[in-house]
Design a protein around this ligand. Structure first.
Ligand SMILES: Cc1cc2nc3c(=O)[nH]c(=O)nc-3n(C[C@H](O)[C@H](O)[C@H](O)COP(=O)(O)OP(=O)(O)OC[C@H]3O[C@@H](n4cnc5c(N)ncnc54)[C@H](O)[C@@H]3O)c2cc1C
Length: 439
């Protein structure tokens, strides 16, 4: 059985059904397909290669492709209103904007079509690790106990399964909140349902210390997210009146403000949410209970990889099910051995990308560095893949990508310190220096 019919729990159920298991998912919320309100706010997510591979493994990619909008690069909105477009990868490569609620509905439909049962309004309260049983509580407070050979905790960043694992011997756990939180805002469509900004881009207003981003939706709107400090100046705490919010946006996001006539209502109606990083280990108990997705590795959203990493958990798990012929005594230890370093690495990468997005993407030096890396990648694709591409457009394990990225960083620091680099960035001298340092 699986706790949580979120993105990862639903996908996992499809993989388990594919391999002939009886699967029941217990989900705390009501069925969001019936009660759209429970689908939550209009969050959209960036889906990239690792996520697509997860969907392809159970034949779900085509259905999702129909509702996904390709974003070929970042559109940087500078303070003076000028725009800079930075492609994410090579020609044709893109990340995809998908509605979180919409995706979850498609995946639950598919899980049920494959024969998984989903029981809604059933909250996992606690687990008995010796008997593989779970106490569930429904909306009326009625409790039942259910047992299963295998229990998967796919119940998200505040996992109840993980909570109980914390009371087992030598379970390591850490939780770290960022000093920044986020608030969702929106840009409505034009009257003919077209987009008010370039549709096929992820828009960023980097302002050093904080930023606004916008991802396109199918109905012509954009979901915007303001990542902003909770306290200090400027901060959520400081912007405590409609007039202050508008004045602030006028000063730092003037072009966005023009497209956001509902800013003041949305700012005060929508909650301010926090951002948490959770690390823990082990991820399995008795080779029969296992954490997956955010329950095992909750990360901050700045690399757009949380869901993608959870989907990759499912892909790697399936490989091990095949490799070990469904022997869970072998699958579970190997699963946590390979996925834990990946989870730790993407947690670090996500924080690093926050600094890159909010502080660096607008700087000429950063742009020059990207240009040099792009030039070298083009000439020597076997010797250098930019970090963003390794994370987003490959299946290189996250920890290998992080290690390679750190090596590249050292090289690029030396390259960027070359006198006159602005003029000779695409010269043979620069290319030879990188080649020499790589060898
Ligand atoms: C602002 C923001 C932006 C993001 N952007 C991206 C992005 O662009 N790309 C990306 O890949 N990822 C992104 N993420 C991360 C992504 O949302 C998560 O990684 C992903 O949702 C994890 O899926 P999950 O199934 O593990 O957990 P969840 O989606 O949280 O699902 C957990 C499920 O378990 C249920 N549940 C919880 N407790 C219980 C219980 N006690 N009993 C039974 N059921 C329970 C919940 O109701 C829920 O349905 C973003 C996250 C945030 C906050």
């Amino acid at each position: 059985m699986i706790m949580g019919a979120g993105l990862v729990g639903s996908l996992l159920s499809a993989y388990l059904k594919k391999h002939g298991y009886d699967v029941t998912i217990y989900e705390r919320r009501p069925d969001m397909r019936v009660d759209r309100i429970s689908a939550g706010r209009s969050i959209n997510l960036a889906l990239s290669d690792r996520g697509w591979r997860g969907l392809e493994g159970v034949g779900l990619a085509d259905a999702v492709r129909k509702v996904a909008i390709p974003m070929h690069g970042r559109m940087i909105h500078n303070l003076d209103g000028s725009l800079t477009f930075q492609p994410y990868g090579k020609e044709g490569q893109a990340i995809y904007s998908v509605s979180r609620g919409g995706l979850n509905c498609v995946m639950m439909d598919e899980a049920e079509r494959l024969g998984a049962k989903i029981e809604f309004n059933q909250k996992c309260k606690n687990i008995d690790f010796n008997n593989n049983s779970v106490v569930l509580e429904n909306n009326d407070g009625k409790e039942v106990t259910v047992t299963a050979d295998l229990i998967f905790g796919a119940d998200g960043a505040f996992s109840a399964v993980r909570h109980d694992m914390m009371f087992t011997d030598r379970f390591n756990y850490s939780q770290q909140y960022l000093e920044h939180g986020y608030k969702e805002l929106s840009i409505k469509p034009n009257s003919d349902s077209t987009h008010k900004l370039e549709k096929n881009a992820l828009h960023i207003w980097p302002r050093g210390g904080y930023m606004l981003i916008a991802l396109p939706n199918l109905d012509g709107s954009f979901t915007c997210t303001l990542f902003f400090p909770f306290k200090g100046s400027p901060s959520f705490e400081e912007l405590d009146s409609p007039a202050k919010v508008t004045a602030f946006f006028k000063e730092v996001f003037p072009d966005a403000l023009e497209l956001m006539p509902h800013l003041e209502e949305e700012y005060f109606e929508n909650p301010t949410s926090s951002l948490v990083i959770v690390r823990c280990y082990p991820w399995t108990i008795n080779n029969s209970i296992m954490l997956i997705g955010d329950a095992a590795h909750a990360i901050v959203p700045f690399y757009g990889q949380g869901m993608n990493a959870g989907f990759e958990d499912c892909v790697d798990l399936e490989k091990l099910m095949v490799k070990h012929d469904n022997n869970w005594d072998e699958i579970m230890p190997e699963y946590q051995n390979i996925r834990k370093p990946a989870g730790d690495a993407i947690a670090d990468l996500a924080v690093m990308n926050f600094y890159e997005m909010r502080d660096l993407v607008g700087h000429p030096e950063f742009l020059l560095r990207k240009k040099i890396e792009g030039m070298f990648y083009e000439k020597h694709p076997n010797k250098w893949i930019p970090l963003y591409s390794m994370v987003t457009f490959s299946d290189i394990p996250y920890h290998n990508a992080l290690a390679e990225g750190q090596k590249q960083d050292k090289i690029m620091k030396q390259v960027m310190s070359m006198p006159g680099i602005e003029e000779k960035w695409d010269s043979k001298e620069v290319e030879d220096l990188i080649l020499q340092m790589l060898s």
